[in-house]
Design a protein around this ligand. Structure first.
Ligand SMILES: Nc1ncnc2c1ncn2[C@@H]1O[C@H](COP(=O)(O)OP(=O)(O)OP(=O)(O)O)[C@@H](O)[C@H]1O
Ligand SMILES: [Mg+2]
Length: 325
């Protein structure tokens, strides 16, 4: 049986009139990769900042590794590490000095620190850059160094706020690999992202957050399945009549005419109900010209629960915003 390593109940946080986090409750199991997926301003960073004790816990409760974030700040901080959304590196320190400094702050014994530095530099593939100042690293290299720094102290939980924001696809995939590797070695991962593909590729479980509230929870698969819908695009010799037949079927909840032909929304597994739909239409001697079944994506899940698309600020803009800090 897995243990809850993060337990949050009715957490709230406001900035003046803005309720950034609004009665949020969730549990993260030890050993999992858990994602907060949501658009800009959803409250992802605010939640991380409360859980990592960067911000006070105004209302509700939060425990990390069994420690109350209100009363056991030091114990929480010793158990975790954070990779912030905004880059926080000393520009004049080299890669090695950055790791060394972090190890010293945490009073790591010298031999252990040196071994860990070497191991982590290899993990994030910065061997060629050990003596380069961080101001001369690329954006992706800086991110990799921040991840390595976070791992120096072997945290039980690693918080990663938008780990791949503004990075090229190749670097993003590398970072996903590091995150998976870190998790396989036993570190619980809490990450935030506004990238659907990132949440999909990495997470054991996802919470979708919007305007400070959790609007859906589950595995990527279960979230898509809870829509209870598959979609079929159908072109027939007589769409009007075919639509009538489809509408009468119990597993079809909606039929629309679109530029792609007839769009059928299903409340059941499409692969199971499609044969019956096609048979009923065929029985009326209507030609079936083309059939395409579509499984709902995480985008569809977001639209379903919010009624709108998750219009993320472009990665480019966010990257520039991040660099201005
Ligand atoms: N220090 C602050 N002062 C005032 N308002 C803030 C502050 N930090 C965040 N907010 C507001 O709280 C809300 C949630 O912000 P938060 O940074 O948690 O969102 P986010 O989900 O991390 O968004 P992003 O994807 O853009 O990083 C927003 O409306 C934001 O403007
Ligand atoms: Mg944020």
């Amino acid at each position: 049986m897995a243990n809850a390593i993060i337990e949050v109940s009715n957490l709230e946080h406001s900035f003046g009139d803005v309720k950034a986090v609004d009665k949020v409750s969730f549990t993260v199991e030890e050993g999992e990769i858990f994602s907060f997926l949501g658009p800009n301003g959803a409250g992802k960073s605010t939640t991380i900042n409360v859980l990592t004790t960067q911000l006070p816990c105004q209302a509700g409760t939060a425990h990390v590794c069994g420690f109350d974030v209100r009363t056991k700040r030091q114990s929480v901080k010793k158990s975790i590490s954070i990779v912030f959304q905004d880059e926080v590196l000393d520009r004049d320190m080299t890669v090695r000095e950055t790791l060394e400094f972090h190890g010293r702050i945490y009073s790591m014994p010298r031999a252990e620190r040196l071994a860990r530095e070497k191991e982590l530099i290899e993990l994030v593939e910065l061997e060629q850059k050990v003596n380069v100042r961080t101001k001369h690293l690329s954006g992706g290299m800086k991110r990799r160094l921040e991840i390595a720094r976070g791992l120096m102290t072997r945290p039980r939980v690693m918080f990663l706020d938008e780990p791949t924001i503004g990075l090229d696809p190749q670097t993003r995939h590398k970072i996903w690999d590091y995150i998976k590797g870190i998790n396989e070695e036993g570190t619980t991962i809490f990450l935030t992202t506004h990238y659907m593909d990132e949440a999909d590729a990495l997470s054991d479980r996802i919470e979708i957050i919007d305007y400070g509230k959790i609007i859906a929870t589950g595995t990527s698969e279960s979230l898509k399945n809870t829509l209870g819908e598959d979609m079929i695009y159908l072109e027939t010799g007589d769409d009007v009549k075919a639509a009538e037949i489809a509408r009468a079927m119990s597993n079809v909840t909606e039929v629309k005419k679109t530029s792609k032909g007839l769009e059928l929304i299903l409340n059941a597994d499409g692969s199971k109900v499609m044969p019956a739909i096609l048979r009923s239409i065929g029985n009326e001697s209507i030609d079936i010209l083309s059939v395409k079944m579509k499984k709902p994506s995480l985008d569809d899940v977001f639209v379903h629960y919010t009624g709108r698309e998750m219009r993320a600020e472009s990665a480019e803009n966010m990257f520039h915003r991040r660099r201005r800090h």
